[in-house]
Design a protein around this ligand. Structure first.
Ligand SMILES: Nc1nc2c(ncn2[C@@H]2O[C@H](COP(=O)(O)OP(=O)(O)OP(=O)(O)O)[C@@H](O)[C@H]2O)c(=O)[nH]1
Ligand SMILES: [Mg+2]
Length: 297
C-alpha cells in the first residue's frame, strides 16, 4: 500500500522556506530572493520515493500586512495551516522569534497538528552552542514532533527533514504521478521565474510592487522553440523607468537571466518578449489582485 502526507512549510518571511522546498524537491520550483515577501501564493512541491509521496506546500512568509495583496497572502497562510497533515515551521536561527512567529506557534500548539521545527541558516553560525540554546528555548515552550537544524542553501540536513516527513505519511493512494514535482501551471512557473530575476536585480521598494503576467506561451510547430510574452506590471512611471533601465539595459539583463532559467526549467529554447506597464497602486486594488491570480478566494 502506498503512503502520502501533506505538509505545509510556514514561517517568517525570508526564513528560507522556498529554498528548503527547492532543496527537498531537488529542482528550482519556488522563487528565492534576499528580499522579504518573495513568495505570494501557495507553491506545491511533490516528492515521491518508493511507495511514499510527500506533498509540500510552500507559503508566503509571515509579516505585518500593509497592502490588500499582503492580506490575501496572510490568508493563504492561514488556510494552508488548517486541514493539513503536518507543518514544517522554518525559523532563521540568526533572528529573534518575533510577534507573528509567536502567534503562529501558539496557534499550532493548540491545533494538535504535528509540527517539525526547522532551524535554518546554521551555516551562518560558528558557535554550535548557540543553536542548542535556541532549540531548548523553543522546545521548552512548544510541542514539536522533532527539531532539525539545517542549511537549506547548502542542502545540509535535508535528508533528515525528508525522513521525518516520511514518518508522518499515512496509507492512501498516490495523489500525483510519481514523476510530477509540482502542480503549478507552466504559465505560473514562467511568471515566477521572471519575477525572481526582477527581485534579485532591483533595489528597494520597486520589486515589491511588481507582478508578472504571461500573455502568451506557445510552442512553435516543428521547431524546438517556445515563445513567451510577458507583461511586467509596476506601480509608478518612475518604477517603469528603473525596470527598463538606461537604454533598456536593465530589462535586457532581466530578459537574458530569465530566458536562461526558463530554458533550464522547460528544457527547450525560448524566445522571450517582455513589456513593462504601470498599474498604479495595484496591490490595493482588489480586481487587479484577482486578475493576477493572487486572491485567496
Ligand atoms: N546563509 C543561508 N542563507 C539562506 C539559507 N536558506 C535560505 N537562505 C537565503 O535567505 C534568503 C531568503 O530565502 P527564501 O527561500 O526566499 O525565503 P522565504 O522564507 O521563502 O521568504 P518569503 O517567500 O519572503 O517568505 C535568500 O537570500 C536565500 O538565499 C541558508 O540555509 N543559509
Ligand atoms: Mg518564499
Amino acid at each position: 500500500m502506498t503512503k502520502t502526507v501533506f505538509i505545509t512549510i510556514a514561517g517568517k518571511t525570508n526564513a528560507g522556506k522556498s529554498t528548503l522546498l527547492n532543496s527537498i524537491i531537488g529542482e528550482k520550483i519556488a522563487s528565492v530572493s534576499s528580499k522579504p515577501q518573495t513568495t505570494r501564493t501557495r507553491i506545491t512541491g511533490i516528492l515521491t520515493q518508493d511507495d511514499t509521496q510527500l506533498i509540500f506546500i510552500d507559503t508566503p512568509g509571515l509579516h505585518k500586512a500593509k497592502t490588500k495583496l499582503s492580506k490575501h497572502m496572510m490568508n493563504v497562510v492561514k488556510e494552508s495551516v488548517t486541514d493539513i497533515d503536518a507543518i514544517i515551521f522554518v525559523v532563521d536561527c540568526l533572528k529573534r522569534i518575533n510577534e507573528q512567529e509567536t502567534e503562529m506557534l501558539e496557534m499550532l500548539d493548540k491545533s494538535k497538528i504535528p509540527v517539525i521545527l526547522v532551524l535554518n541558516k546554521i551555516d551562518k553560525i560558528d558557535d554550535k552552542a548557540e543553536i542548542a540554546k535556541l532549540i531548548s528555548e523553543l522546545a521548552e515552550k512548544y510541542n514539536f514532533k522533532s527539531v532539525i537544524p539545517i542549511s537549506a542553501k547548502n542542502k545540509d540536513g535535508i535528508d533528515i527533514v525528508i525522513e521525518e516527513a516520511k514518518k508522518l505519511a499515512m496509507e492512501s493512494p498516490l495523489f500525483f504521478p510519481a514523476d510530477m514535482i509540482t502542480d503549478q501551471p507552466e504559465k505560473v512557473i514562467a511568471s515566477e521565474i521572471i519575477r525572481e530575476k526582477l527581485l534579485n536585480l532591483l533595489n528597494d521598494e520597486v520589486p515589491h510592487g511588481i507582478a508578472v503576467a504571461i500573455e502568451r506561451m506557445d510552442e512553435r510547430k516543428n521547431k524546438d522553440l517556445l515563445d513567451i510574452s510577458a507583461v511586467i506590471y509596476c506601480e509608478r512611471d518612475s518604477h517603469k523607468g528603473i525596470i527598463i533601465g538606461k537604454n533598456g539595459s536593465m530589462l535586457k539583463e532581466v530578459g537574458t537571466k530569465a530566458r536562461m532559467s526558463l530554458e533550464d526549467f522547460f528544457q527547450i529554447k525560448i524566445n522571450l518578449k517582455l513589456w513593462v506597464k504601470v498599474k498604479e497602486n495595484w496591490r490595493n486594488r482588489e480586481s487587479i489582485i484577482r486578475s493576477l491570480g493572487f486572491s485567496d478566494k
